[in-house]
Design a binder for this molecule. Structure first.
Ligand SMILES: NC(=O)c1ccc[n+]([C@@H]2O[C@H](COP(=O)([O-])OP(=O)(O)OC[C@H]3O[C@@H](n4cnc5c(N)ncnc54)[C@H](O)[C@@H]3O)[C@@H](O)[C@H]2O)c1
Length: 432
């Protein structure tokens, strides 16, 4: 199938890298976003999100003349839907963005078109949700147009590389749809491309993130057990992982982002009677911020009026994405417990959080603190030296929830102790 033009709907962390990469590989791309600010920003050549290498590819795409941005879905050979799929309060998938994106295709859908859904979605979404919407055009799926699901499995921070080099799965509502999808992504994908049916590919994406969520949940539960039994969980994990068949992940303040902390709920919502493990793991990870608060209380006693500097609000290191971030939740809980919270988030210095003062620089954030908390292992935080922190603040209590100080190495530990810092660590009651 010859595809010369694509319309990519949704220009966020997934849609924009995808659209601009297609454009730099010779396909004419219209990027569509219903947020006027996003459209205006891109039309003026300004990329509205941070992802390493993205700006360069977008600039190249614009200069190639192959990339245009619009607020309206336009006719094309193929359509890619990359809109958000968050959840409602009751942990139910919010599919309104997918619905409205599919609806926007209906008036411009033509015979021979291919439509690919990329948004992470509950099982059967492509067949039972998107297909009926598209058929409102009067065209028949499988007969007049092709329809596939291809999950995006890139890692924030490495999206531009992984988009090209990761393997990819394309699930069609029929064989022809899967093959057309494979040919489309072959434009730039250098990894292997696997074809299957649409529901299998929907499940693959959810299974991958659920698998990871459950593995982080067990690490988080180990951190609580280690704390109870006077053990350093980081030491225990590193020794356990020397076993050839053991690979325990690191614990932390919780699980965030709008993938791993969200996607497992799609299974639980769709089949609650047969997914108790997934449900429990989600609750364990969602409960981890409370465990962090109990650690802070042990370190500082009553939190009212305590001045706490929080380092990092993003959901993981070296990204600007704060969605569902456990660090944000911890900061909010500290504030609710009466603490005066100052946060430093270098990737989102303008972020506003009720009750929390966000500072652009680490120096400002820690200045008048009683304690300094590492909640995200941003590279610049991990490079912090005791002598620097000593100069920035009189606080001598550190609460490290992400092993930012790499405590296991004696050469790392010693300078902090010699500088007079008392270090509390998540999952380590051995050294406290
Ligand atoms: N961000 C990631 O790392 C990642 C990784 C894998 C999969 N995913 C999945 O990819 C999908 C997209 O995620 P994202 O991070 O790119 O979201 P995002 O919020 O960064 O971007 C989505 C964009 O879609 C736009 N939009 C929403 N509804 C629209 C509509 N009807 N028409 C046009 N534009 C619309 C929004 O304005 C926004 O700019 C989600 O399902 C997500 O779970 C994301």
């Amino acid at each position: 199938m010859q595809i010369n033009s694509i319309c990519v709907i949704g220009l966020g962390y997934i849609g924009l890298p995808t659209a601009s990469t297609f454009a730099t590989h010779g396909v004419y791309v219209t990027g569509v976003d219903n947020n006027l600010e996003v459209v205006k920003s891109l039309q003026s050549g300004k990329v509205h999100i941070f992802e390493p290498g993205l700006n360069e590819v977008v600039q190249e795409a614009i200069q190639s003349g192959n990339f245009h941005v619009s607020q309206k879905t336009v006719a094309a050979d193929a359509f890619i839907i990359a809109v958000p799929t968050p959840f409602y309060d009751g942990k139910k998938a919010d599919m309104r963005f997918v619905d409205s994106a599919a609806e926007s295709i209906v008036p411009v859908l033509r015979k021979g078109n291919l439509v690919v859904l990329e948004s992470t979605s509950p099982p059967l979404t492509t067949r039972e949700r998107v297909l009926p919407i598209l058929e409102r055009s009067g065209l028949k799926a499988g007969q007049d147009f092709l329809l596939a699901y291809s999950p995006e499995r890139v890692l924030p921070g490495k999206i531009m590389d992984e988009l090209i080099h990761n393997s990819r799965v394309i699930g069609g509502i029929d064989q022809a749809s899967a093959e057309a999808g494979r040919d489309l992504y072959r434009t730039f994908v250098e990894g292997e491309i696997f074809t299957t049916d649409s529901t299998t590919s929907e499940m693959i994406k959810l299974m991958e993130n659920t698998y990871r969520d459950i593995n982080i949940a067990i690490a988080n539960e180990f951190s609580r057990l280690a704390d109870r039994f006077g053990v350093d969980v980081w030491e225990a994990i590193s020794i356990a992982n020397k076993h050839p068949r053991v690979k325990i992940l690191n614990p932390g303040p919780g699980v965030g982002g709008h993938c791993i902390s969200v996607d497992p709920w799609f299974f639980v919502e769709a089949a609650p009677d047969i997914s108790p493990l997934i449900n429990t793991a989600r609750n364990v990870n969602d409960g981890q911020p409370d465990f962090v608060i109990s650690l802070v209380k042990r370190a500082l006693g009553d939190l009212s009026s305590k001045k706490i500097a929080v380092l990092g609000l993003a959901f993981k290191p070296d990204v600007d994405d704060l969605r569902e971030s456990p660090a944000v939740e911890v900061a909010e809980k500290l504030h609710k417990a009466g603490a005066h919270v100052t946060a430093c988030e270098p990737y989102k210095p303008d972020f506003q959080l009720e009750g929390v003062t966000v500072k652009a620089s680490l120096e400002e954030a820690v200045q008048s603190a009683d304690a300094v908390m590492f909640l995200v292992g941003h590279t610049q935080f991990k490079k912090l030296k005791p002598s620097e922190l000593q100069n920035y603040t009189t606080a001598r209590i550190i609460i490290d929830c992400v092993d930012a100080l790499d405590w296991e190495k004696i050469e790392n530990r010693q300078p902090w102790l010699e500088a007079g810092f008392t270090v509390y660590r998540l999952g380590d009651s051995k050294n406290q």
